[in-house]
Design a protein around this ligand. Structure first.
Ligand SMILES: C[S@@+](CC[C@H](N)C(=O)[O-])C[C@H]1O[C@@H](n2cnc3c(N)ncnc32)[C@H](O)[C@@H]1O
Length: 234
């Protein structure tokens, strides 16, 4: 199925890069500046294509707010809410919300710090996104983390998941080194089939799966949809 069939606006690679520069190019601090480079190593454009217009969005592990910010530039979302474990990242995201949130045409942006799934907003949301977060979560918590996300997808809504791929092995090693240097973490790759099984358990059906490469980074993008309940005929 093509993402455009639901009227989602395509965000081209150049668009994501230009948008990132617009959002963060003049901001102080290394973390904010690095957001402008993120579309070069992460298929941000491919991820955002799966976010339909007018959907409410919950971005889990939103970081400095790059993806919500790019969605806000499209002006098509109903509302966007992000959570992240890092107070520093959320401070940058909130400053971003202040900058883009002054226009009445923009969707409301809200960002909160939390590491606990119990503190996530209950939703449900038209789109729940989890982009490059799960490899930072200990494997023993994967099921709970992903299931909590899936539980917040509204009927007819989507779970848009992207994470670093375990294959090719050289790419996986390069990305592991990246996270050792940048995040000082030994990351945990997740088999995409595990995400598929959890989505199936939660009553979502697969909509899309693709593999992407940017430089020496390899990515798995998975999209699932919760079917609308069938209407009873009388
Ligand atoms: C690689 S960044 C991705 C940020 C953003 N999703 C993006 O694509 O630009 C991973 C983010 O996950 C966040 N994170 C890690 N563990 C988390 C948790 N338990 N709850 C929420 N966020 C978490 C980190 O703080 C970090 O900002």
């Amino acid at each position: 199925m093509s993402p455009g069939t639901n009227g989602a606006a395509a965000a081209t690679s150049a668009g994501a890069r230009a948008g990132a520069k617009l959002l963060f190019g003049d901001q102080p601090g290394l973390r904010a500046r690095l957001q402008t480079l993120r579309p070069l190593i992460c298929p941000v454009d491919d991820v955002l294509e799966w976010v339909p217009e007018r959907a409410t969005v919950f971005d889990i592990g939103c970081g400095a707010g790059l993806l919500p910010g790019l969605l806000a530039l499209r002006r098509h979302q109903a509302a966007i809410c992000g959570v992240d474990a890092s107070p520093h990242a959320i401070a940058i995201a909130r400053a971003l919300a202040d900058r883009v949130g002054t226009s009445t045409e923009r969707p409301p942006l809200e960002f909160n710090v939390t590491t606990s799934t119990d503190e996530w907003p209950s939703g449900p949301f038209g789109v729940v996104m989890m982009v490059d977060v799960l490899h930072h979560i200990p494997p023993s918590a994967h099921r709970r983390f992903v299931s909590a996300a899936l539980a917040r997808v509204a009927p007819g809504g989507r779970f848009v998941y992207k994470d670093m791929a375990r294959r090719p092995v050289l790419h996986a090693v390069a990305n592991r080194l990246h996270d050792l240097v940048v995040a000082r973490e030994w990351i945990h790759y997740v088999d995409p089939h595990v995400i598929g099984a959890l989505a199936n358990e939660a009553g979502l059906i697969p909509l899309h799966a693709s593999h992407h490469r940017r430089w020496w980074y390899a990515h798995d993008l998975l999209v699932f949809e919760r079917r609308e309940p069938a209407h009873e005929t009388t």
